[in-house]
Design a protein around this ligand. Sequence first.
Ligand code: LIP
Length: 271
Amino acid sequence: MIIRSEELDEREEALIAVTRDAGELARDFFSKPIEVKLKGKQDYITEADGEVERMIVARLKARFPQDAFLGEEGGNQGSGPALWVIDPIDGTANFAHGIPHFCVSIAFMAGTELALGAIAAPMYGELYRARLGRGAFLNDRAMRVADAGIKQAVVELGWSSRRPVRAYTALVERILATGATFLRAGSGALGLAYVAAGRTHGYCELHINSWDTLAGLLMVREAGGWTNDFLGSDGLTRGNAVLACAPGLKEALVAATGVGQVNEKLERRIS
Ligand code: LIP
């Protein structure tokens, strides 16, 4: 890894503190009337998204001035191998409608390695975190994915207007045809964290952004789960399809979703 273990220790400590505080700031905004806008079809932005992201970047930049940042709202800032990937409020549509299912999600990349991740769900009093090779935790308790037969499986299927409705409804049909059930809760980051915590057995979305997924993907892997190569084909800047699940369900879910198949690169070109 291009960053020494002590340097990663410092960043892990800073990450946990800033994620927790950003969660509290988001919670404060959630409790009062705020300005809400649409930046695309069913794609919301609130004044809280910008404020929370600015707080996170300012805190981390003060501590690690040489690091780079990629945020959902602020885009790219700086360059270099040490990169923070930030979603200030994941599940903004829920947040905008007063639905408490939202979170703050922050990941840290050391070169091409996904090294750290943290997610704060302030309305649930939950803080998720993971470090490459050191496991994944929810409120400091170790997380493990839960395996199940496909006919007992609960698979979350994320949706956005970035892919055709027909592709999503066909995905739902294929998942139901396996005997599994599905849900959609509106936050990709929390959806992945729930797989890591063993609450659900899989998460799939046909296109999602890196700031929504990276922290959750590291948590699933560190909790014993399997994920597709999300960062392949420039997923960091262009987004990608995502599939994460308990290892026993990989074959059935790769077949049903088409995500994670060897010709995934081909699939991207045609979508
Ligand atoms: C959301 C994701 C969700 C996806 C939405 C959106 P946001 O992120 O968490 O999985 O379906 O389209 O991308 O915009 O709330 O940060």
